[in-house]
Ligand binder design. Sequence first.
Ligand SMILES: NC(=O)c1ccc[n+]([C@@H]2O[C@H](COP(=O)([O-])OP(=O)(O)OC[C@H]3O[C@@H](n4cnc5c(N)ncnc54)[C@H](O)[C@@H]3O)[C@@H](O)[C@H]2O)c1
Ligand SMILES: O=c1ccn([C@@H]2O[C@H](COP(=O)(O)OP(=O)(O)O[C@H]3O[C@H](CO)[C@@H](O)[C@H](O)[C@H]3O)[C@@H](O)[C@H]2O)c(=O)[nH]1
Length: 327
Amino acid sequence: MRHVLVTGGAGYIGSHACKVLAARGYVPVCFDNLSTGWAQAVKYGPFIQGDLNDRAALDAAFAAYDPIAVMHFAACSEIGEAMSDPGKYWRNNVMGSLTLIEATVAAGVRDFVFSSTCATYGEQDGVLLDEDSAQQPINAYGSSKKAVEEILRDFGTASGLNHVIFRYFNVAGADPEGEIGECHRPETHLIPVMLEAIDGQRSELVIYGTDYDTPDGTCVRDYVHVMDLVEAHVLGLEWLLDGKESRVFNLGTGAGFTVKEVIGHARAATGHKVPHSFGPRRGGDAAALISGSHRALNELGWNPARSSLKVMIKDAWTWHKTGGYSG
Ligand SMILES: NC(=O)c1ccc[n+]([C@@H]2O[C@H](COP(=O)([O-])OP(=O)(O)OC[C@H]3O[C@@H](n4cnc5c(N)ncnc54)[C@H](O)[C@@H]3O)[C@@H](O)[C@H]2O)c1
Ligand SMILES: O=c1ccn([C@@H]2O[C@H](COP(=O)(O)OP(=O)(O)O[C@H]3O[C@H](CO)[C@@H](O)[C@H](O)[C@H]3O)[C@@H](O)[C@H]2O)c(=O)[nH]1
């Protein structure tokens, strides 16, 4: 049995990764403290409820399942929260990842896939960000992820820990079969917040800032479908299992959309207007983040076929209408 230890496997992206891993013949072992995840999202393999900062729980997980690799999704990942509570980000994301990396090396596991973010690039002069762009994070979330990238490089040199670092742009959509999806309480991400405004769970979407240097003054982001994203993770895992070198890959489409454009697509995809108002900027937001690299396409053979806003919003809407998880 080819077990893969999936931290954060009860969360949005991690649960989709578990589904795809299971479909490819791996056994995803979910390790998650359920701080923002859901036991109901763990459907495709064993579940260990544990915390990244609990070394004994990690050692027990490695001993019990003898995984061939680690996929590390577990983290705090809200930019607003990172601005007000940076300590939480350094403790959970950096110290937690260090504990996991040390446990991985101690267990003799050599291959490690890590969820990083385009937030490590921060604000840049050029719009397109490729893997060689300077990393100048403007919030503690981006700083914490950049620090983990550096830890991985150091452990790669010292201990031969081979790693693939994926820098995601904005992840959206849901499993088209409707088994799992994005469910955060409270929700902060743009597309699910729009859907909550459409169905009356909140009174409106507040657009954060209209005075950015972008085509219509609202922030530009590059949205990628969660199923495409997790397909890239399987390719990244197999890259490592084939013995290839440690590598960084952006996961984005190269197309940027303003918040107002996303609202327009939501109306078309759902048939409903998005009630919205205009508010001040949210601290820590970069004006525009767009992936300018073809590295994942060319080197991994990645094909982000589902990553149109139409499909992402349609799949998110189908999931949203199920009511999400409860408890
Ligand atoms: N959603 C995005 O657009 C996006 C973009 C870039 C990067 N990422 C990264 O992808 C990863 C997954 O994000 P997500 O959107 O699925 O978030 P999520 O909050 O849905 O999932 C994170 C999971 O990690 C678990 N977790 C957090 N801290 C833990 C700890 N100390 N020990 C054990 N489990 C812990 C949570 O309970 C949750 O199940 C994160 O690392 C995030 O930084 C997400
Ligand atoms: O109620 C809302 C929510 C969001 N936005 C805007 O919509 C855009 C997208 O915001 P959001 O969905 O919160 O995503 P980001 O803040 O861009 O961060 C996400 O995307 C990053 C990569 O860009 C990841 O690293 C993070 O984990 C993930 O939360 C931003 O311009 C926000 O200002 C609003 O205007 N109103």
